[in-house]
Design a protein. Sequence first.
Length: 284
Amino acid sequence: MSVALANLSGRSVVVRGERAVDVERASGGRFGADPMSALASWEVFVSWAGGLGDDAFVQPIDATRLGPPVPRPRKVFGIGVNYRAHAEEAKMELPKQPMVFTKFPSCLVGPTADVVLSSDTVDWEVELVVVIGRETRRVAAERALACVAGYCIGQDVSDRRMQFADKPPQFSLGKSLDTFGPIGPAMVTLDGLRDPNDLAIRCEVDGAVMQDGRTSDMIFAVPELIAFLSARIPLEAGDLIFTGTPAGVGSTRTPRRYLKPGELVTSSIEGLGRMANRCIESIT
């Protein structure tokens, strides 16, 4: 049975349907309340959580209390231009190897958190986020999915003016401002997905569909990304990979379309649920 791990008011919970079970309480302290603790012994945790009966799930879920399911990863990678349709709309050649940047972990927020707009050029980018489940070094692509704890939804919110203020562009700062990394609603193990390499992915802004694609349009699929990164940098349990965004971002439209205060960004991926993040104006 698949396992969905979430962060409810800072406590680790397993989610099934609309109900949850508190991990620390249900396990008698075997696993801690910190959402990061399950990742320290992920395979053992999944075995325990998968054995929970439906009668254990008695706690209702208030979505407004959900935080990022992985709140303190050591590393957060981003992959640029990783969908064929997105490369086409941006009029860019297909990259010959993954284009890697970083998002600083401090930008991570939960699936219903407000996104604070830093300017009038803030863009949306719905993305599949990979959560690494164990230390991974130089893994071959054909074995890479075994190193994954699960997937969740992400928004790689981007201030385009900051990102492209100079040449070469500065990706990391423009994509790491406070609240620019909503993830959630839960981290779901891959056995709960029909095909981990081909999932419907969608983003709406105030109900208007902006992005509607499939993860099979990735130039470098998840196993290839893990193999590429782990050949260069040791991956650790809890590390995140934002795997790129499909076509439909605001900066490639004519005229360009950016987020405005009050707008609701809804992100969904097949088998992973949905996020809904309200845009608000910066107070500074």
